[in-house]
Every structure is written in C-alpha cells, then in structure tokens.
Design a protein around this ligand. Sequence first.
Ligand code: FCB
Length: 443
Amino acid sequence: MIQFPDNFTWGAATASYQIEGAANEEGRGESIWDRFCATPGNVLNNESGLVACDHYHRFQEDIQLMRELNLEAYRFSIAWPRILPTGRGQVNVAGLDFYDRLVDALLAANIEPFVTLYHWDLPQALQDEVGGWGSRQTAEAFAEYVRIVSHRLGDRVHYWITLNEPWVSAFLGHEVGVHAPGLRDTPLAWQVSHHLLLAHGLAVPILRENGDSQTRVGITLNLSPVYPATPSAEDQQATHLYDGTHNRWFLDPVFKGGYPSDVLTWLGEMIPKMEPADAEVIARPLDFLGVNYYYRVIVRQQAGKPEVVRPEGAQLTEMGWEVYPQGLHDLLVHLHQQYSIPGIYITENGAAFPDTISSDGHVHDPLRIQYLHDHLLQAHTALQEGVPLAGYFVWSLMDNFEWAYGYSRRFGIVYIDYPTQRRIIKDSGYWYRNTIVANGFAS
Ligand code: FCB
C-alpha cells in the first residue's frame, strides 16, 4: 500500500475560460481569449469558451460532483474581465458576487478553494489600451484587480496562486503566437515575462494584507526536467540553456532574488527593461510553489542551439506529450535541492486520451488511471526523499476548452457531453475518489 501523509491535500483543477462559458453575461468584459478565438484559424474548428462547460450556471451541480469524488480542495481561476470588464477602474459587482457564491458553496461542501488569479484571460481593453503584458501598466492593473478580489474573498480564501504558467503566457502568447494575444515578437515575449513576474511580486503583499494568519501565497509554474540527449559537453550546455530559458528564468527571480546570469548574457540586447527595485519585489517570500508537470524534455545541441529531441518508442498522450512519470520525481527532487521552497503543490498533472461513452453508459479510461497511478507513485517517492510536497491537483476536474485545441482534447476525470452538458464521472474519477478515501492506493 502506498500511503500519503495524513495532511496531504487531494484536489482537482480548472480554469475560468476553459469551463465557465457565460462569456457575455452579467457584465463580463471581453478577454484576449474571446478575441483570439474570434479570429478564424486560431483555434481548432474555430471553437471558443463562449459556452464551454457552462460552469457559470452549473457550479452547484459541479460542486456536487466534487463531493462525489471526495475532493478536499478545488483549484479554479478568477476571470479578471468579470471583475473589471475593462481591466481597470469600474468594478462589476456581479462578477465578485459569482465567485463569492462559489467560494461559500465550496466551503459548505468542506472543499478548500485554491484560487488562481490569472489563468490567461486578460481583459482585452488592457491589450488595446496599453499593449497588455508588454506594458508595466498591466502589472499595476493586476495589483489593483488583486486588491479588489482579495478584499472580497480574503476572509475565506486561504490559498492564492498569483499566476498560472507565466512561461506559457509570455512565449506561446507573444513569441510562438499560438495562444492569445497571438503575437510573434521575441523581444516582446521576454519583456512580457518580466512584467508577469513583476505583477506576481506586486500582488503578494496585497494578498497578505487582505488575508490573515492562514493565508498562503504561491505561484504556479509549468516545469519540465531537462535531460541531455547524450553526455557530450555540447548537449549538456544546450540542456543547461534550455533549462535556463524555460525553468530557471522563472524560478531564480522568485526563489533566488534575480534572473540567471547565463540567460541574461545569452539574451544580450533582448534583456527586458526593468527597474532596480523589481528584483526585490519579484523575490518576496512565498509559502509555496505550484508545479504543473506534464512531460520531460530531452535536448541536444544542433547548429549552436538547443534542439528538443523526441524519445523513440515513448508512450504519447493525445497531445503528443510523452508519458514520463519519473520526470515528476526528478523535477521535485531537483527543486528541493536547488531552491529553498517551503512547500510544493502539484497544481496540475494529467493526460488527454480519446475518451468515449461506452454502451454501458460509462467512460472507461484505463490509460488515465495508469497515468495518475504512475505519477502519484513518483510523487510519493519524492515525498519519502524529503520533498515538502503538500498536495496534488489532477488536471482536470472535467473535460474543457483546451485552448488552441478547442474541445478536441479531453483531460477530465469527469466526462462532459457537450451537446447536453451532461457530466459523467469517468473510471479515473472513481479511481481517484478511492485513492482520496484511502489516502493512497495499492501499488
Ligand atoms: C496547462 C494549462 C491548463 C491546461 C493544461 C493541459 O498548460 O495550465 O490550462 O490547458 O496545460
């Protein structure tokens, strides 16, 4: 039997734009994802989060599902444009009321809310008026938004996550262009990464001010352990640089007080503009790090640059992501050794597989059960080796809008039949429930 510590937190995660729908209701403003989806060709089948899982109207039913799953915690995000439809200034009280009701309903169900303040749905007005995250003003606007939200919810929400995956916001949104706002400008992407981190740092003391002694503040990063394709010096160098631009660029300023010097040197003229005091703001002490883990990365040196190598014969999920549970262990141990992080939550881990409803009415997803089992086993090993791992959130509670892939990728432990909005707990959901009840599983 694999047994987790008594105080280990078991949860599931979602994000506002991916589940809420009700995009034009009760005063919600436009977000950069609404705009991005409205441009043909950006999202598979030109789908959008307009309706999604209709969670905005069905949150009571969804909390009932969480109870059936025995969840102890629920990680969700707040849609900034519901609170401030134009990003700054005028507050939309109906938006605050919605999250207020959600939080109260969760607490009544004995489920701890873990609230992410930014999971990519920036108010479009900030993009139009100041250039979005390319501008420092957006970091300041974020602080204002966080003040409003935490003033309203800080007496009941104890766990706050400032940002979800700033690497993805910055680089998929502003360099690769496959996420909103769909820009392709590398120096801008680096500048954006700095403003996101600045926004994070500005929010930290505000969350503490509006909270109490139980308040815990963290940030969620997407992290992949990076391995060299061969032991050659070139491949090791490439691996270090890739780790620098993807992982250390975010970890070092938050947990070590400054950007990694090798990456700064490599950036040369692309070093983002920053003010002298920023480093200290970004490094304000946190209570935890949220880790989103999906896959490892293998790198070799190719024409003087790091190149990602595909491992041969690997099992892939429907995203094309390699299934590599051991990477989670390696990552957690590495974080524990390299950074002094008081606590770690796995804030996302999970897999997309082509699920269907069987003739017996159930959704049989043995591959997802195997995936969760194998990753939790690795997390457990890391725990035994001293990693301060405090909890695990499966991505995702339910199938949802998977960004540029639209509704084609199903990550849920609950199946959504989109035409009817019917929810069906998948076999993996029942497996996860049993794991929570037993606080572990038979290995
Ligand atoms: C992460 C995102 C989350 C979801 C998963 C599959 O990068 O944070 O919203 O899309 O990937």
